[in-house]
Design a protein around this ligand. Sequence first.
Ligand SMILES: *[C@@H]1O[C@H](CO)[C@@H](O)[C@H](O)[C@H]1NC(C)=O
Ligand SMILES: *[C@@H]1O[C@H](CO)[C@@H](O)[C@H](O)[C@H]1NC(C)=O
Ligand SMILES: *[C@@H]1O[C@H](CO)[C@@H](O)[C@H](O)[C@H]1NC(C)=O
Ligand SMILES: *[C@@H]1O[C@H](CO)[C@@H](O)[C@H](O)[C@H]1NC(C)=O
Length: 536
Amino acid sequence: MDKLFWLVLSLVLCNISANTQPGLEQELGYVPSLGDTSPGSVWPQPQSLTSTPQTYTVTVENFSFKYVASSHRCSTLDEAFKRYGMIMMSSTSRLRLKFRPKVQLKISSLEVNLLSTCQHYPSLNMNEAYTMEVGDYSLLTSESVWGILRGLETFSQLLWESETGEFVVNKTNVIDHPRYSHRGILLDTSRHFLPVRVLLENLDAMAYNKYNVFHWHIVDQQSFPYVSQAYPGLSKKGAYQANYVYTPDDVAAVVEYARLRGIRVVPEFDTPGHSLSWGLGQPGLLTPCYAGGKPTGTYGPINPTVESTYDFIRNLFTELKAVFPDKYLHLGGDEVSFNCWKSNPDITNYMKEKNITGDYAKLEEIYVQRVTEISKEVGFSYIVWQEVVDNGVKVKDDTVVEVWINNHIDKELEKVTKLGYRAILTAPWYLNMIHYREDWQYYYMYEPSAFNGTEKQKELVVGGEACMWGEYVDATNIIPRLWPRASAVAERLWSAKNINDVTKATPRLHQQRCRMLQRGINAEPLHPGYCVHERN
Ligand SMILES: *[C@@H]1O[C@H](CO)[C@@H](O)[C@H](O)[C@H]1NC(C)=O
Ligand SMILES: *[C@@H]1O[C@H](CO)[C@@H](O)[C@H](O)[C@H]1NC(C)=O
Ligand SMILES: *[C@@H]1O[C@H](CO)[C@@H](O)[C@H](O)[C@H]1NC(C)=O
Ligand SMILES: *[C@@H]1O[C@H](CO)[C@@H](O)[C@H](O)[C@H]1NC(C)=O
């Protein structure tokens, strides 16, 4: 073949590749500069942060966190002091001081003032506000242990490394609180099993980004890894493998690790759909599907027409209440297919008796109402996916509705809040969907209050969650796929509404990514470039 052919071919190929570049930077009018970081910047951006060029050397080798005399004491904070001491030390241990510090001003302690008694477990209404001054005298103050934890994270991020290799911090004042109280990450441990160490690593990353809810979508169609003491058969038959399970000790370890970081663990036991794996260890629970007047051997959603279903749910939820300390249980309720119910003659008869023939949403309502009553009885408040409300099911006033369908998000939020329910938004933040571009920018710019509604309606939006569904992720790739893209959502949910400029956020987010790498979280790159401390 002649040279002209190759020349033409390569021009064509170049053109194709040029045309398939998504070109998001051009769309947004932004071109990142490669090593652009923002040392000492904080992610998510505090509500108010003022700093001056005055710097102090931080003596990380003998740094201490101390309570002021009048402060309440708290074992959760004692643990946090150790943790942040280690984070500061390990950031510096790789460095060799090239010169003796030139700066004479030193900071060797941060004083902590916890103004009220130590709370044991975080909640939806926890107070995460704090104030901090860093300078000649450095003081972190909060009404609650959770605010102190957020402030410690901020303090650790203010430290940066000077050209001479010292750790320095600018004179800074911070007044901070989150914009939304529910800031969650959903992990799915059914499509793929995730070892406990991965769950813990993710909790660390969450703490570095001030997330406060681990939404544990623990079971689903594919597998049932939760070891139930009341119904051991569920995981014996329903888990992928005998060792792909979460024992009571595992669950307790995850809950405790999260608690120490001010993170709630909200478990989801999704029913009546998404429950195939449940049926393996609990015969009689699922609806047998029929064709041509005979059972096909396949199963559909949980059978809502038999009393044994509710006995089972009551026993299981009673156990869950003892295992998970959070006030909330996620009841699922999404994507309930009515086809199997329609095929089953027993269900048809039941509906005739109840005078609801043909109204499958009503049948779902009967189920959901029973299950919510049971939740209440055992002491849980609950969250449901939006379909429960979309299907017209009447639920209790204090139900929290999670909005996930990425279509007319604003209309859905308008509807749910008009009905008076509180809402959690996830629809714009399905981070399991990936694109060849800087998709964090879209997550970052989505404004949760951008829907038609009164101020009161907007206040009913209590927060949001970034979701990482498990079809294509497991221990090998879940951390880099999630981080730092989930950091974008973290800032949207924590920081002020007007902190939404992608260009300004980019160097800080890059810094946050590099910081996570330094702390051992394998956060993937945002764009071409490098981190100063990257170890290849
Ligand atoms: C911190 O101090 C350095 C050195 O004086 C200065 O260059 C920098 O602008 C300061 N940063 C902030 C955010 O104030
Ligand atoms: C910490 O170490 C520095 C030297 O790195 C020293 O000047 C300072 O006095 C020490 N502070 C305490 C409280 O030990
Ligand atoms: C059944 O429903 C129909 C139509 O909604 C109603 O007219 C009838 O009174 C109902 N019967 C019973 C027994 O509830
Ligand atoms: C909000 O309501 C106004 C007035 O009813 C209407 O013109 C507008 O299209 C609505 N916007 C959205 C996003 O629904």
